[in-house]
Design a protein around this ligand. Structure first.
Ligand code: ATP
Ligand code: MG
Length: 395
């Protein structure tokens, strides 16, 4: 068999459902994949009915193709990924390629063939293809059984206008929508466990996530600024992050600590963070803020305090983890690859000037009264002029 053309089929669910927006979404997914797959031997990416086909260079090894498929499975907007071959529209050739594809998907004890004909100009219907190719595979794999329900491997055969695509290795993708189709958001990104997961969930819904990080600098070391960049690198691998804004927040916290009642400090720090994030959102045209808060997890995450912080801004504030348990968040952070970085010890602004008894039932009027002595508008202007921007995506 010469000129073996390896391909990866990218399936998407939600995009398929989006009616007239579909082509926009497909084009975005193609563009995202082209930008992300620069380390792999790609020739091109085509759109066929309801799928993308990634063409790999001639001579591409199986392991590289499978690794590329695993990578693609983690890109937002991808529901399922299959790795296989392009083949001519000839039943003998199709049988041979199906044998090869199935052999590469080993080990397996059972299989079935699932053929699909996008064009009826191919004379053999899908039932007949299932039977004929199934018979070839049974002969080549006498120890394996054919199983219609939950087989170990499904051999996909997709006949399109000028070609056939055949695959046996398939894995689920993370789903969601391609980054860039849902507008922009500003995520408050600490170096903790939760906020990277919250950001990732929004990216998976197609949002372009800009981030803002508040470090304790110059009152503490700037370690957290570097941890946040390590986290951003992980998110950037799958195209999930845009520019990261880094703010030295220590001196403003000190001012708040000096001028306001100690029990209100945490609420006031957070309101200032929200105002700075909203100012960045206005600059870049983002439509919402995102935090990693989870109800009741710490003192600042009570309903009363959430009300006090939300009232600081007019933008919607999204909290994708509000109903998620810590253990579930930890599991997601491990899957994402940010957990280890987040457990490294770094003083950030959260540990700075913390009161002994933070208010857990903040009252908005009392908070606003305390805040009125601060010159926050001037602070925000200064913060924006001094902010350090780390550019993403890096490619
Ligand atoms: P995380 O693990 O995300 O830090 P947490 O459980 O430590 O969350 P808090 O410290 O109360 O909870 O922070 C709640 C949310 O506020 C964070 O998820 C994040 O969105 C935002 N936030 C907290 N500290 C910072 C910071 N230093 N820079 C940017 N955002 C922050
Ligand atoms: Mg934190």
């Amino acid at each position: 068999m010469e000129d073996l053309q390896r391909v990866i089929l990218v399936h998407y669910h939600e995009i398929g459902l989006k009616g007239h927006n579909r082509s926009k979404f497909e084009k975005r997914l193609v563009r995202n994949l082209e930008a992300l797959l620069t380390d792999y031997p790609l020739v091109t990416i085509h759109r066929i009915s309801g799928r993308l086909i990634v063409f790999l260079k001639e001579g591409c090894e199986k392991d590289v193709a499978f690794e590329c498929a695993r990578f693609i499975s983690r890109v937002p907007g991808v529901a399922r990924v299959s790795c296989g071959f392009k083949c001519e529209r000839d039943m003998d050739a199709m049988g041979d390629i199906a044998k090869l594809a199935l052999a590469e998907a080993a080990p397996f004890e059972s299989f079935k063939v699932s053929a699909r004909r996008a064009h009826t100009d191919f004379p053999i219907d899908s039932m007949q293809m299932n039977r004929d190719i199934g018979a070839v595979l049974c002969e080549a794999n006498p120890d394996a059984s054919v199983k219609m329900k939950n087989p170990d491997v499904t051999v996909g055969v997709e006949v399109v206008q000028n070609a056939v695509y055949i695959y046996a290795f398939s894995i689920p993708g993370i789903g969601g929508l391609p980054v860039g189709v849902s507008g922009k958001v500003v995520c408050l990104l600490s170096s903790g466990i939760d906020s990277p997961v919250a950001l990732w969930r929004m990216a998976r819904r197609g949002a372009r996530c800009f981030a803002v990080h508040f470090s304790g600098s110059p009152e503490t070391s700037d370690t957290s600024e570097y941890l946040v960049q390590d986290i951003a690198e992980v998110l950037d691998k799958y195209g999930c992050i845009s520019d990261v804004y880094i703010v030295g927040f220590g001196e403003y916290q000190k001012e708040i600590a000096l001028s306001c009642p100690p029990e209100l400090r945490v609420i006031l720090y957070r309101r200032l963070m929200f105002k700075v994030a909203a100012a960045i959102a206005a600059r870049i045209g983002a439509g919402a803020l995102v935090t990693g808060e989870s109800l009741g997890q710490v003192a600042s995450q009570t309903l009363a305090n959430i009300h006090c912080t939300d009232a600081a801004v007019s933008l919607p504030v999204f909290r994708p983890l509000i109903g998620t348990d810590k253990q579930e968040i930890i599991y997601e952070a491990q899957e994402l690859g940010t957990f280890k970085i987040s457990t490294e010890d770094a003083p950030d602004c959260c540990t700075l000037f913390m009161p002994r008894n933070p208010e857990t039932h903040g009252k908005l009027s009392v908070v606003e009264e305390a805040e009125s002595v601060l010159d926050e508008d001037e602070w925000i202007e200064r913060i924006l002029s001094e902010v350090r921007i780390v550019k993403y995506p890096k490619r």
